[in-house]
Design a binder for this molecule. Structure first.
Ligand code: ADP
Length: 466
C-alpha cells in the first residue's frame, strides 16, 4: 500500500498534471489550426468560383445577347460545384442568378451566416467590369463538412488525450517506482542497523548518482558513529578499571586497619594512606568528568582576551613550591611585551599545569625545567622543557591517548592516571592550537603549544573544564 506522503505518488501526480496541461494546450492549438486551414481552403474555393463566373461573363458577354444571358448563366451554374449558391447581378442591379438566401449588406468580403439550420461561408459583393458594365457576384459554401471534420477531430482529441495521460501516468509511476526502489532498500537496511551492529554497512549502488552518494554518506556517518561509540565504550571500560584499583586499595587499607586492635599511630598511618588514595581518586574522577563533558560537548568554552604572560607567571609561581620540594630548578623565560590571545583563561591555566606537573613528575631531583613564551612570526609558542627521563620514540605518538602511561608503575607512584595530556590536547584543540611532544630518551622532553593567528578567531564548542 502506497503511503499518502509517497514521493512516487507526488512525482506521478506532478508529471501527469504537467503532461495534461501540455496536451490540453496542444489540443486547443491543433483544433484552432485545423479550423483556420479548413476555412482558408473554403475561402480559396469561393474565390475560384467567383473568378470562374467573371471569366465566363467576359467570355460570353459579347457572343450572347443580353436576353439570353440569364439562361446561359443558369446552365453554367448547374455545371459548377454548389452552383445553386451563386449570385450574379447585372449593372442595373437585377439578379441574373440568385441564391436561396439574401446576402448581408456591406463591403465586399467573407462572412458566415446561418440559414435553415445550416452555416454558410459567404464571399459577397465582388464587383468587376465586363464590357463597360459593373457586375456584382457573390458565392456561398456549405460549412457542414468543416463542422464534421472539426467534430471528428474533437472526438479524436477527447479519446487520445485521456489515453495518453493514462499510459503516461502508469509509465511514470512505474519508472519512479523503479528509480526509487534503491531508496526503499536503503531505508530497510538503515532501519536494521542499531547500536549493537554499527559495523554493518549499506550496500552502495554503483550508479554514480544521488543514491550512490546517499549510501556513501550513510556509511561514512556509520563509520564515524562506530568510532565514537567504540571510543566511548573503551573510555568507560578504562575509567571503571582505573576506578577499581584505588577503591579496592581504600577498602583493603580500611579492612586491614579494622581487623584487630592497633596503636593510634597505625590507625593514623592507615587513614593517611586512605586519604592519599582518596585524593588521587577524586583527581581521577575530576579528570574523567572533564573528558566526559568534552565528549558530550556540553557547553562552549567562553573566550575572552587572555594575557599569556600573566597566566604563565602565575601558574609557574604556584608550581614553584612543588618543584623546589623535588629539588628542581624552575625557570621562566618571557618576552618583554605582553602576549594577549583569544582564549579561556581557566582552560589555558589547566593546560600549563598539566605540562608543568608532568615535567616535575618525570624529572629526577637536581634537574631543570624551563617554561618559555615566545612571539613567533606566525603566532605564539608556549614551551615546557625538562631534563627528565624523556619518552621513548615508540611511546611518543601515544602519550596524548587517554589512560596511556609510558611507565604505568612510575606514573601511578607519582599520582598520575594517564589523562593529563588528553585534557591538555583537548584544551589546545578548543583553541585551535597545536600541541606537540619531542623527547630525547634519558635527557628530557619538550612540550610545545602553538597558537596561530587564525586559531584565535572564534570559540569552538567545547565544554568548560571545571
Ligand atoms: P600521567 O597522569 O600518567 O602523567 P599524562 O597524560 O599527563 O598522564 O601523560 C601520559 C604519559 O606521558 C605519562 O604517563 C608519562 O609516561 C608520559 N609523560 C608525560 N609528560 C612527560 C614528561 N615531561 N617526561 C617524561 N614522560 C612524560
Amino acid at each position: 500500500m502506497m503511503p499518502a506522503g509517497s514521493i512516487r505518488l507526488r512525482l506521478t501526480a506532478w508529471y501527469t498534471a504537467t503532461l495534461f496541461a501540455g496536451l490540453a494546450i496542444f489540443g486547443v492549438g491543433a483544433w484552432i489550426a485545423v479550423s483556420i486551414s479548413i476555412t482558408e481552403a473554403v475561402d480559396h474555393s469561393l474565390r475560384t468560383r467567383v473568378d470562374a463566373v467573371k471569366q465566363y461573363l467576359n467570355y460570353t458577354i459579347e457572343s450572347v445577347p443580353a436576353k439570353e444571358l440569364r439562361e446561359e448563366l443558369k446552365e453554367f451554374a448547374m455545371g459548377a460545384p454548389e452552383g445553386n449558391l451563386l449570385q450574379v447581378r447585372d449593372p442595373e442591379g437585377k439578379d441574373l442568378l440568385s441564391m436561396p438566401f439574401s446576402l448581408p449588406q456591406g463591403p465586399a468580403g467573407f462572412t458566415e451566416l446561418n440559414w435553415n439550420g445550416k452555416t454558410y461561408r459567404v464571399l459577397s459583393h465582388v464587383q468587376f467590369l465586363v464590357d463597360g458594365g459593373r457586375y456584382e457576384v457573390g458565392a456561398a459554401a456549405d460549412l457542414e463538412e468543416r463542422a464534421e471534420i472539426l467534430s471528428r477531430f474533437r472526438t479524436l482529441l477527447a479519446l487520445a488525450i485521456p489515453s495518453v495521460l493514462l499510459i503516461a501516468a502508469f509509465g511514470g509511476y512505474w519508472m519512479s517506482r523503479r528509480a526509487l526502489r534503491p531508496v526503499d532498500d536503503l531505508t530497510a537496511a538503515a532501519r536494521s542497523i542499531g547500536i549493537d551492529n554499527l559495523s554493518s554497512r549499506l550496500t552502495v549502488p554503483q550508479t554514480g548518482d544521488e543514491l550512490q552518494r546517499l549510501a556513501e554518506t550513510w556509511n561514512d556517518m556509520l563509520h564515524r558513529l562506530q568510532r565514537s561509540v567504540t571510543r566511548l565504550s573503551q573510555f568507560t571500560a578504562d575509567a571503571s578499571h582505573e576506578l577499581r584499583s584505588p577503591i579496592a586499595f581504600i577498602r583493603t587499607a580500611a579492612e586491614i586497619a579494622l581487623r584487630q586492635q592497633r596503636t593510634p599511630e597505625a590507625y593514623r598511618d592507615a587513614l593517611r594512606q586512605i586519604h592519599d588514595e582518596s585524593e588521587r581518586t577524586s583527581r581521577l574522577v575530576e579528570d574523567l568528568l572533564v573528558l566526559a563533558r568534552a565528549d558530550a560537548a556540553a557547553d562552549a568554552l567562553q573566550f575572552a582576551p587572555v594575557d599569556l604572560t600573566d597566566v604563565v607567571d602565575q601558574v609557574c609561581h604556584q608550581e614553584q613550591r612543588q618543584a623546589r620540594a623535588k629539588d628542581l630548578e624552575l625557570e621562566v623565560r618571557m618576552p618583554p611585551e605582553t602576549v594577549v590571545i583569544q582564549g579561556n583563561d581557566l582552560a589555558i591555566r589547566r593546560l600549563l599545569r598539566v605540562l608543568l606537573d608532568n615535567a616535575i613528575k618525570y624529572t629526577p631531583a637536581g634537574g631543570r625545567i624551563e617554561v618559555s613564551l615566545d612571539r613567533q612570526q606566525d603566532g605564539v609558542e608556549l614551551a615546557v622543557r625538562d631534563t627528565g627521563i624523556g619518552i621513548a620514540e615508540t611511546d611518543l605518538p601515544r602519550v596524548f591517548d587517554r589512560f596511556y602511561r609510558a611507565d604505568k608503575a612510575r606514573s601511578r607512584d607519582e599520582g598520575g592516571c594517564g589523562l593529563g595530556l588528553s585534557i591538555a590536547q583537548w584544551i589546545a584543540r578548543c583553541h585551535r592550537a597545536e600541541i606537540r611532544a619531542e623527547s630525547d630518551t634519558g635527557h628530557g622532553s619538550v612540550f610545545r603549544v602553538m597558537w596561530r593567528p587564525t586559531s584565535q578567531q572564534s570559540s569552538p564548542a567545547c565544554p568548560a573544564p571545571r
